[in-house]
Design a protein around this ligand. Structure first.
Ligand code: XUL
Length: 517
C-alpha cells in the first residue's frame, strides 16, 4: 500500500491506495478550521493580514499531521504502507534555525510534533500563496535581473507576489536578524516531507519552480536569482531534486507512534498542482487538464522548459519528468455567474442556453469574457466587450450571449496556451461546469480534441500516492489507467466541421483583444 498526503490551504488529506489491486483503500482528512479551531484560521490562514499579507501558522500543519495519523492509525492498516509521498499548497514557506535537524532526529513520540519543533521556527508564521504583499520585492528582483524577460527565461514565471523568492526577500528586509538565524527555508511540501522523513529533505522540481529561484534549464538554484533575492540564500535551501527520489525510511516518531512499518520509505513531496497533474492522469505531453472553478485553470505536461513570453503562465516541474504549465484565468465561474445574474437566468436556464444554437451560431459573435480584472491576459477589464449582431449585443437573444461568453473563455484559453506548442490530444475536464454536456462539447470543438470528464476528489493526494507507488517501482502510466479513469460515458468527440470556424474565430478574438489591451 502507498500513502499520499496533501497539505492544502484548508485541510490535510490522506489517500491510501493498494497498487496491486488498483483500489483506493481509505481517505481521511483534517480540516484546519473545524478540527483545529485554536488556531483561529477558519479557512486555513490567519484572517485580517494587513497590506496584502496572508499567513498561516506552521504549527497548525504539525498538529494536523498528528491528528491525521491518529485518525489513520484507528481506521486503516498503516502497517502495510511501503512508501509515503505528498504534496502541499504551492509557494508557502517555513523558516527554521540550525536546531531543526537535531530536533527531527530526536523526536519523542510521547509528546506532539508542534511543541517539540516550535523552538526551531525563526518566524512564527508562514506566508502562503494568497499573499500579495511583495510588489516592491518583485520590482527589485526584476530590476536586478534586468527585466521580466530574464526572470521568465530563467525561472518560468515573472517575479510574482505569492512566489517564495519575493516572500523570502521581504522577510530578509523586514527582519534581517531572524533571516540571519534561519538555516533552513522550506516550502510547505518539503517541510512536511522533512517531518515525515525525520531529517531536512530536498525541494522537488515541481514545487521548487514556484519560487522564482529555480533555473529551469539547469534544474539548479539560479545564482543570479538567489543574489537578487537575499544574501547567503543558497546555504539555506536544500538542493532541488526529482519528486520520486527516495529519502530513506519514515521517522521513528511515526513508526513507533502510529504503527507505520519501520522500513516504510518516504519520497519527496511536490506542489499540489504537479501532484494533481499525476492524479488526473495527465502527465504525458498532449494531455491537458481544464478545471472549471471560481477561477478556471489550464494545466498541461510539456517535454521541454518552454516559457510564456507574455509572462501570464507559470512553468513547474512535472513529477513524471519534464515540465508542466499552469495558466490561471480569474474570470471563470465569476464571469459565468455575473452573466447569469445579468441576464436573470437560473443555472438550468443558463445551461440550456449553452446547449442552444449549437453549430449555427458557433464563433459568430465575440465576447471578451471579463467582468473584472483578469490575470490571463493581465488587464483591468471593467466589463465584457461584445462584438457581433444586434440581437447579440442588445441581449434581445440571451442565448447568444451565453454562447459567446463560454466561447470567449475557451478561445482565450486556446490563445494563451499557444506558447506551449502542444496540440492537445486529450482534454480532461473537471470542476462544476464540466458536467454540462453543451460546455464540454464546446471545449472539444474549440480545441478540436476529444474531451473526457474526470471527477477525482483529492486529485493531489491521489497523485502523491501514485508518485509513492512509482518511486517503489510501479509503472506510473499503468497505475494512472486504473486510478484516473474518466467518468463513465463522459467522452465527447470534436465536431471536425467546426475546425475552420474556430480557427477563424480565434484570429478575430485575438484582434479584438489587441484593440483593447
Ligand atoms: C498555484 C497556486 C495555487 C496553490 C493552491 O500557483 O498559487 O494553486 O498551489 O494550493
Amino acid at each position: 500500500m502507498f500513502l499520499g498526503l496533501d497539505s492544502s490551504t484548508q485541510s490535510l488529506t490522506a489517500v491510501l491506495i493498494d497498487a496491486a489491486s488498483g483500489q483506493i483503500i481509505h481517505q481521511q482528512s483534517v480540516n484546519f478550521g473545524a478540527d483545529l479551531p485554536q488556531y483561529g484560521s477558519p479557512s486555513g490562514f490567519i484572517p485580517g493580514g494587513i497590506n496584502g499579507q496572508v499567513c498561516a501558522n506552521p504549527l497548525m500543519w504539525l498538529d494536523a499531521l498528528d491528528l491525521l495519523f491518529a485518525r489513520l492509525s484507528e481506521s486503516a492498516n498503516l502497517g502495510a504502507v511501503r512508501m509515503i509521498a505528498g504534496s502541499g499548497q504551492q509557494h508557502g514557506s517555513v523558516y527554521l534555525d540550525a536546531t531543526f535537524n537535531d530536533r527531527l532526529a530526536s523526536l519523542d513520540f510521547s509528546l506532539d510534533l508542534a511543541s517539540q519543533l516550535a523552538p526551531a521556527l525563526t518566524r512564527a508564521d508562514s506566508p502562503i500563496w494568497m499573499d500579495t504583499s511583495t510588489g516592491t520585492e518583485c520590482e527589485e528582483i526584476t530590476a536586478s535581473l534586468g527585466g521580466s524577460n530574464e526572470v521568465i527565461r530563467r525561472s518560468g514565471s515573472i517575479a510574482i507576489e505569492r512566489f517564495t523568492g519575493p516572500q523570502i526577500r521581504r522577510f530578509y528586509k523586514t527582519d534581517p536578524a531572524a533571516y540571519q538565524r534561519t538555516h533552513h527555508i522550506h516550502l510547505v511540501s518539503s517541510f512536511i516531507a522533512s517531518i515525515i522523513a525525520g531529517k531536512s529533505v530536498s525541494i522537488d522540481y515541481g514545487d521548487g519552480a514556484g519560487m522564482n529561484l529555480l533555473n529551469l534549464d539547469k534544474l539548479e538554484w539560479d545564482s543570479k536569482l538567489l543574489d537578487a533575492t537575499a544574501p547567503e540564500l543558497n546555504d539555506k535551501l536544500s538542493a532541488p531534486a526529482a519528486a520520486n527520489c527516495v529519502q530513506g525510511f519514515v521517522s521513528r516518531y511515526f513508526s513507533e507512534k502510529y504503527g507505520l512499518p519501520s522500513n516504510c520509505r518516504t519520497a519527496l513531496f511536490t506542489g499540489d498542482n504537479p501532484a494533481s497533474l499525476v492524479g488526473m492522469g495527465a502527465t504525458t505531453p498532449g494531455d491537458v487538464v481544464i478545471s472549471l472553478g471560481t477561477s478556471d485553470t489550464f494545466f498541461a505536461a510539456m517535454a521541454g522548459p518552454l516559457t510564456d513570453p507574455n509572462g501570464f503562465a507559470h512553468v513547474f516541474g512535472n513529477p513524471a519528468g519534464g515540465f508542466m504549465s499552469l495558466i490561471c484565468f480569474r474570470n471563470g465561474s465569476l464571469a459565468r455567474e455575473a452573466l447569469r445574474d445579468k441576464l436573470g437566468l437560473d443555472w438550468s436556464a443558463f445551461d440550456r442556453q449553452a446547449l442552444a444554437n449549437s453549430s449555427v451560431a458557433a464563433g459568430q459573435n465575440l465576447m471578451l469574457p471579463f467582468f473584472g480584472p483578469e490575470i490571463t491576459p493581465r488587464h483591468d477589464f471593467s466589463g465584457p466587450v461584445l462584438k457581433g449582431s444586434y440581437e447579440f449585443e442588445s441581449a434581445s437573444e440571451p442565448s447568444l450571449q451565453v454562447r459567446a461568453l463560454l466561447e470567449g473563455q475557451f478561445l482565450n484559453m486556446r490563445l494563451h496556451a499557444q506558447w506551449m506548442k502542444v496540440h492537445p490530444e486529450h482534454i480532461r475536464l473537471t470542476g462544476g461546469a464540466s458536467k454540462n454536456n453543451g460546455i464540454a462539447q464546446m471545449v472539444a470543438d474549440i480545441f478540436q480534441a476529444p474531451v473526457e470528464r474526470i471527477d477525482v476528489s483529492n486529485s493531489a493526494a491521489l497523485g502523491a500516492a501514485l508518485i509513492a507507488a512509482a518511486a517503489d517501482g510501479y509503472d506510473l502510466p499503468a497505475l494512472q489507467k486504473i486510478f484516473c479513469k474518466p467518468a463513465k460515458d463522459s467522452s465527447l468527440q470534436p465536431n471536425l466541421t467546426l475546425a475552420p470556424v474556430y480557427a477563424d474565430a480565434l484570429i478575430r478574438y485575438k484582434d479584438l483583444l489587441a484593440s483593447i489591451c
